[in-house]
Design a binder for this molecule. Structure first.
Ligand code: DNO
Length: 355
């Protein structure tokens, strides 16, 4: 597998490419043009510029996380085809630059959701956490301020202030969008982009909803094995695949992650690997990647990935804030670097045992 690191670009990230390059076994970067808005067609020169920065640092640009989807596409408004066309043009440009992976999500209004971005743990580190009881007490329009106030001054991915200023309007837009409708709109979108994905061999990899249940009454559809298979079957093209995010799936402990991995052989194009610790139903916090620090069996998960022959990009997902580092919550250098070493250690050991 290709160990990679999410990086938000020079302007937006506290972590530098040269630092990432010094992590043993790190070969790739997952990035985005952070200053584009959902629905925009990407600029070819800007894509080339990003790629050059990454390759000049001795790394490969292995994928984009995310090319975000405009609300018109998710809601299915009459102007959606215009935004789909922009998306197709962006895929073509990325493909022509040899970038073959696009991670995206299909969550309405809010991307990943947390009630706390700096929950202290007994060792003095802090982590992202979710508590449904807290979320239930907050109004959606106040939620952004809570996330933003806790973000160390960074713009959180999926929580761009311009969009969040329109939260009320967005809720209105989604008021008639049921889960079924959202699913149909996703299938419509995928069918439209598959031809260009075929032409350039670009994999679309949908991210698991996070958490995997409805938040603030908004529909969520990418929540576990059944829905994932339904989507894979609805658009059977192998370029329609999954970003297997262990942390998001684990928000529902009933999700058997090794089993889900085995069942999706050939359709997992990207892996986000992190550990979470569960304290009660609907209440969890993030943990170090190390298995005993959380509730997930990271060894069994890595074993399943090796068993299905997964060799694509994988990245350590959110890390704890440790050693006094100040970064975008979840996206510091230190703990993700540690996590990558644990994951590579598991991978090497399991591979060798199999050989
Ligand atoms: C949060 C991330 C998400 C993810 C998007 C994919 O840290 O896991 O923002 O990148 O949902 O589109």
């Amino acid at each position: 597998m290709k160990m990679s690191f999410r990086w938000f670009g020079e302007q937006f990230d506290s972590v530098k490419l040269w630092q990432i390059r010094q992590i043993p076994g790190m070969v790739g970067i997952i990035s985005t043009l952070y200053d584009t808005k959902p629905g925009d067609e990407w600029d070819l020169e800007a894509i080339r510029g990003l790629k050059k920065q990454v390759t000049d640092a001795g790394l490969a640009l292995l994928g984009i996380e995310s090319v975000n989807i405009h609300d018109a596409i998710k809601v299915g408004t009459p102007d959606r085809d215009r935004y789909i066309q922009n998306y197709i043009n962006t895929i073509r440009k990325l493909g022509s630059e040899g970038i073959r992976l696009i991670c995206y999500n299909f969550m309405p209004v809010f991307d990943w959701t947390r009630s706390d971005l700096a929950k202290p743990r007994p060792d003095g580190s802090t982590v992202l956490a979710y508590d449904q009881n807290i979320v239930d007490r907050i109004k959606p329009e106040e939620f952004f301020n809570r996330m933003d106030g806790d973000s160390n001054g960074f713009i959180l991915p999926g929580w761009e202030p311009e969009r969040m200023a329109r939260v009320k309007e967005l809720f209105e837009l989604y008021k008639d969008v049921t889960e079924e409708k959202l699913f149909d709109n996703l299938v419509y979108f995928l069918n439209a982009v598959m031809p260009v994905c075929d032409e350039y061999d670009v994999n679309m990899a949908i991210h698991i909803d996070d958490p995997v249940w409805s938040v603030f009454g908004l529909p969520r559809i990418i929540t576990g094995k059944g829905p994932l298979h339904r989507l894979m079957e609805a658009v059977p093209n192998p370029h329609n695949g999954v970003t297997l995010c262990t942390g998001s799936l684990s928000s529902n402990p009933a999700n058997d992650i090794p089993d889900i991995i085995r069942s999706l052989k050939g359709r997992i194009h990207f892996v986000h690997m992190r550990n979470t610790k569960h304290t009660a139903p609907g209440v969890f916090e993030e943990a170090a990647h190390y298995t005993s620090d959380g509730s997930l069996d990271m060894v069994a998960i890595m074993q399943a990935l090796v068993d299905i022959g997964f060799e694509g990009p994988i990245r350590p997902d959110h890390g704890r804030a440790i050693w006094g580092e100040v970064s975008m919550p979840g996206y510091g250098l230190y703990d993700r670097a540690l996590g990558s070493q644990y994951l590579l250690g598991l991978y090497d050991a399991i591979k060798r045992q199999k050989a």
